[in-house]
Design a protein around this ligand. Structure first.
Ligand code: NDP
Ligand code: OXD
Length: 310
């Protein structure tokens, strides 16, 4: 019998209990802080865990993050020899794909312009027809989620390029990598999508220099983490017209403070960190697979490498 400790102040424990026990009926599912004898717990399922909670579980074999990003797990609190696995969930990925397709197409097909015209009862067909095949969309981070986003954009007919840490060959997607690849990557991006993990190497990446490397009037989409962006630099670039629009889902401070200029800036479309969410039903198979892999001495999918930071 696997004993699993659920340590999240956000996710719905009953949903996860139902989804996990449907797959592994014998699972002993315990919810923090009612963990019983915490020495029995082998697997922890966590999101923004209560400080100190994991330290009460001396016999942990695996920690599974309820999110794809593991930046909110305080590494110093992760027991050194316990593998950490990030979430990989087809519905989480699909939601991210939907979000980016919507954000790109909304700007590409001038919907904000037509919504303004409708409010004025004005029949105005606007500017030139957008040429999809000559519109470049750049995806920063082409892992599980960014790779799916890039392929979906390619299917719609955009010219798609990806930027990653290491080189990748993906059919129909122009690849760029590493610090040296960033400027040539950004130079053609009409839409630039950030779906990177937050690590020491990616923190603060979207700064004034980065924005100056994009074509004038480009559209920035940040669905990675707020820490990827210098928010003042984004506002300055929107004010100067260097950036045409920003679609933002993640922020330095969440919830975004009511006085933040992003709320009212006409060049910003914002959502409250909902680009995508994991469903217990669709995420549970990955959790069970991770627990089984570790128990059987195999490498689990989504294993975090703390040296890379993701
Ligand atoms: P993966 O680990 O599968 O992919 C990460 C990608 O980022 C890889 O392509 C990797 O390069 C690239 N990368 C990492 N570091 C660098 C770097 N220094 N320079 C260039 N590229 C880099 O992650 P996922 O696709 O599963 O998730 C990505 C992120 O999306 C999460 O970490 C999270 O922050 C965010 N997210 C946000 C959500 C939201 O609702 N807003 C929901 C879900 C996720 P390489 O391929 O070479 O390793
Ligand atoms: C995630 C998130 O990382 O929801 O999964 O942001």
């Amino acid at each position: 019998v696997t004993v699993l400790g659920f340590v999240s102040t956000w996710d719905r424990a009953p949903d996860w209990k139902a989804a996990l026990t449907a797959l592994e009926p014998g699972l002993d599912f315990r919810i923090d802080p009612e963990l019983g004898d915490a020495r029995q717990i082998e697997a922890a399922l966590v999101w923004k865990p209560r400080p100190g909670a994991l330290a009460t579980m001396p016999n942990l074999k695996v920690i599974v993050s309820l999110g794809a990003g593991v930046d909110s797990l305080r590494r110093e609190e992760m027991p050194a020899d316990v593998p950490v696995v990030r979430m990989i969930d087809p519905q989480l990925t699909r939601g991210m794909v939907e979000y980016v397709l919507y954000a790109v197409l909304r700007q590409h097909r001038y919907f904000p312009f037509f919504e303004d015209k409708q409010r004025a009862s004005a029949w105005d067909q606007g500017g030139p027809v957008p040429d999809t095949a000559r519109t470049t969309v750049g995806v920063m981070g082409i892992g599980v989620i960014g790779g799916a986003i890039a392929r979906a954009l390619r299917e719609v007919g955009f010219a798609v390029r990806g930027w990653s840490r290491t080189p990748h060959a993906v059919e129909g997607i122009e690849g760029f990598h590493g610090a040296d690849g960033l400027a040539p990557f950004l130079a053609e991006c009409r839409h630039a999508v950030c779906v990177l993990p937050l690590t020491p190497a990616t923190r603060g990446l979207i700064d004034a220099r980065f924005l100056s490397l994009l074509p004038k009037g480009a559209h920035l989409i940040n669905i990675g983490r707020g820490g990827h962006a210098d928010e003042a630099a984004i506002l300055a670039a929107l004010d100067s017209g260097r950036l045409g629009h920003a679609t933002l889902d993640v922020f330095h401070q969440e919830p975004l403070p009511a006085e933040h200029r992003f709320w009212r800036h006409p060049g910003v479309t914002l959502t409250p960190h909902v680009a995508s969410l994991t469903l217990a039903r669709t995420g549970a198979p990955h959790v069970i697979a991770a627990v089984r892999a570790v128990r059987e001495g195999r490498r689990p999918d989504g294993l975090v490498d703390w040296a890379r930071g993701y």
